[in-house]
Design a protein around this ligand. Structure first.
Ligand SMILES: Cc1ncc(COP(=O)(O)O)c(C=O)c1O
Length: 319
């Protein structure tokens, strides 16, 4: 369960993204299922830290060490989030940030990599400057690459936001914890759990599970409309990348048919099963964390709206 940008770089390089099913309690990649997904051709693991919470990095790093795999953290949603007091994106071989408009730390578009291996760093710098190494005027182009340079203007915007990032984070964190304490008391509503190692969650997305059985069978969409009518900006969260038609289109492309045998592609398709994720896409809710950038009153109003709908569910069933 992640945004499509996690797998696009894999597909663009002609590789096959092997999906790992979701942990129902945290909505993160289920690290206990990673080893079963490893094949002799597996090169690395890409944990996507969803909603600003963290994947189980202890387990993931141990598996990576055991199988000699690299780890690229997709911490695009994880600015300021931590695993055992260490910032997300600094634990694996490489970490990715996004500064796109919806993010907690944004300059409209753009992003950054953090890398703790010098040779990998040089390759990334080269790649993002059209394959040419800055500081080597006249030297031959080192590799093929593209232009992913950020501008000074974007940098200035980001720097100016550093002044308020921590304050907003504290507000969101405190409101989210309060909201979770309130929502946990409502039958059928389960805020996403954090792993014990997640020492800081930036709550980029506030994630909740909705069990319609506890709400007289009211479908999630109807429940969401009722929450919307109460002024709560919350939506369904439905990422099921293993079922995206464009994945099948890619497998059918000339490039993929040239790289992989028909047998390999058939075997790959047979492994595209994430039954827990299939359940999650029916039940998961996502509220932009920025909704909680404000006073405690906001969190109270959101909790009140959930409670009101729960207490008046018979009315909602009739409409
Ligand atoms: C989990 C995740 N990965 C990757 C991205 C891609 O970032 P960008 O939009 O900056 O390319 C995003 C956000 O957009 C994201 O939420």
């Amino acid at each position: 369960m992640t945004y499509v940008a996690t797998i696009n770089p894999v597909l663009i390089h002609g590789a096959l993204p092997v999906f790992v099913d979701t942990d129902p309690e945290t909505f993160q990649m289920d690290a206990t299922k990673i080893e079963a997904a490893i094949t002799p051709r597996t090169k690395g693991i890409i944990p996507a830290h969803m909603g600003g919470s963290a994947c189980d990095m202890d387990k993931i790093m141990a598996i990576a060490r055991k199988h000699n795999l690299w780890v690229i953290e997709d911490g695009c949603e994880g600015v300021k989030s931590e695993w055992r007091k260490q910032k997300l994106n600094t634990i694996g071989s490489l970490g990715c940030f996004s500064f796109q408009a919806s993010k907690n730390f944004t300059c409209g578009e753009g992003g950054a990599l953090v890398i703790n291996d010098m040779s990998l760093y040089e390759r990334a710098v080269c790649f993002h400057t059209n394959g040419w190494m800055p500081g080597e005027p006249g030297a031959p182009v080192r590799m093929n690459g593209l232009n992913y340079r950020m501008t000074e203007f974007q940098g200035a915007l980001l720097l100016s936001q550093l002044t308020r990032l921590e304050e907003q984070q504290r507000m969101r964190e405190s409101n989210a914890l309060y909201l979770s304490s309130q929502l946990s008391e409502i039958p059928g509503i389960s805020p996403a759990r954090m792993y014990e190692g997640c020492t800081r969650n930036n709550y980029y997305g506030y994630m909740v599970r909705y069990k319609k059985e506890a709400f007289g069978g009211v479908p999630r969409e109807k429940f969401l409309r009722a929450l919307g009518a109460e002024g709560v900006p919350i939506g369904a969260w439905e990422d099921a990348l293993h079922k995206e038609p464009y994945l099948e289109h890619t497998l059918n492309s000339r490039m993929y048919k040239a790289i992989y045998s028909t047998k390999e592609l058939v075997e790959y398709r047979e492994r595209l099963h994430c039954p827990q994720n299939d359940r999650d896409v029916e039940e998961a809710l996502w509220m932009p964390g920025r909704t909680l950038n404000g006073s405690r009153r906001r969190a109270e109003q959101i909790a009140d709206a959930f409670r009101k709908i729960h207490d008046n569910i018979d009315e909602l069933r009739k409409v």
